[in-house]
Design a protein around this ligand. Structure first.
Ligand code: GTP
Ligand code: MG
Length: 380
């Protein structure tokens, strides 16, 4: 397959989305892609590697990827109190912009004037709330300017308005009525897809669910190793093929295994791809079609993972992935340590896709369901 480009580039090279997409080397044009029927045939004939249950790593064989250091995996999924604390710490840079800087803006003033509003707009844009959302907020605030006399009142008002903007998004609840419930996880390179699957799988297993993970990122061996380590840690099964297999065939096989083993939830890990690369987007559409051929109605969810540190670029990723796949929910990772936490507000106010999960670190308990109220409280 012409996507050898991915294999030639070390995983660490692929770990980050270039701020400017022109920085990334063009993968060579792909040779003719198999159709989904050919992928299904490949899945049925190859059975290259029997789907296996998760077994502990063999002693003396340290994990090959740095993502899998044991201390990063420590913790217990679902610890909400600890998570709020980590969310607050993680958002400290964004909070500084929105709170300390607002205090400074108001110093020596007793009312909101145009200068102050202009500076406030700049602060909001710096935090990556997005230009149009910032402008809308400023317009609402300027209408109320006579009632706002100090920084505390301004922050209070801003907090309420931000919450209102975020509440427009439909509620993400989706009951797990189908068995297996199939979740595809997609996104650009290095945003945290594999890590997010590990965290989600661990949560579901801790709630008594039987989970299977499909290693449909077949571009590099390290991706499968990294996923196997997460599967072990989470207590989930994994289905993997040999290196370079057709990802659609892996997805197909994993569903077959899931049906045979009475699995509750299947997570399909996919290779990172730039939203602007037509051939790679076609490939992921094929995975979706193959899944639907095996289980009508599946995939029941398609989660797009976005990296908060990419700021506004996350919005264009969301638009293009949504156009190709009809995304059902978003997971926003790496909110820890970024000054661009305002992107959450931008995502909720401009995209019509529910933000389901947020990630604030690399360990297993660093993912929670998104709660707009808790988020705004952590922000102010
Ligand atoms: N700080 C922080 N790091 C994270 C978070 N989520 C993932 N990471 C780290 O981001 C890096 C990339 O994560 P992966 O899960 O490998 O990303 P991926 O999208 O699967 O990457 P590709 O498969 O190469 O496209 C790893 O070092 C993760 O530990 C998070 O919420 N916070
Ligand atoms: Mg991955």
């Amino acid at each position: 397959m012409a996507l050898n480009w991915f294999k030639k580039n070390k995983p660490e090279d692929r770990d980050r989305l270039p701020k400017d997409t022109t920085e990334i080397e063009e993968p060579p044009e792909e040779t003719a892609m198999q159709t989904e029927d050919e992928a299904i045939e490949a899945a049925q004939s190859s059975k290259a590697e029997e789907p296996e249950s998760s077994a502990p790593e063999k002693a003396g064989e340290p994990p090959a990827t740095d993502e899998a250091e044991p201390e990063k995996l420590a913790g217990k999924p679902g610890d909400k109190k600890g998570f709020f604390r980590r969310l607050k710490t993680g958002l400290s840079k964004t909070r500084q912009i929105l709170t300390t800087d607002i205090d400074e803006l108001f110093a020596g003033k007793s009312k909101l004037d145009d200068d102050l509003l202009e500076e406030l707009e700049e602060l909001l844009i710096t935090s990556d709330i997005g230009v149009s959302t910032a402008m809308d907020l400023i317009e609402t605030i300027s209408k109320k300017s006579s009632t706002i006399q100090d920084a505390a009142q301004l922050k209070d008002f801003l907090k309420k308005e931000i919450l209102k903007t975020m509440d427009k998004v439909p509620s993400p609840t989706k009951a797990l009525t189908d068995k297996p419930h199939v979740v595809m996880v997609v996104g650009v390179n290095g945003v945290g897809k594999t890590t997010t699957i590990g965290k989600l799988a661990a949560r579901q297993v801790s709630e008594g669910k039987k989970v299977l993970i499909a290693a449909a990122d077949t571009f590099r061996a390290a991706a499968v190793e990294q996923l196997s380590i997460w599967a072990d840690r989470a207590g989930a099964d994994i289905v993997k093929h040999t290196d370079n297999a057709d990802p659609a065939a892996v997805a197909y096989d994993s569903l077959e295994a899931a049906q045979a083993r009475d699995v509750d939830i299947v997570y399909i890990d996919t290779a990172g791809r730039l939203h602007t690369k037509v051939n790679l987007m076609e490939e992921i559409k094929k995975i979706k079609r193959t899944v639907a051929k095996k289980i009508p109605g599946a995939p029941h969810e398609i989660i797009l993972v976005l990296d908060a540190t990419t700021g506004q670029n996350a919005l264009s990723q969301a638009h293009l992935f949504n156009k190709a796949l009809d995304i059902t929910g978003l997971a926003l990772t790496k909110l820890d340590g970024t000054a661009k936490g305002g992107i959450v507000v931008g995502i909720c106010s401009t995209l019509n896709i529910p933000l389901k999960y947020i990630g604030v670190g690399e360990s297993i308990d660093d993912l929670q369901e998104f709660d707009a109220g808790a988020f705004v409280n952590a922000l102010f």
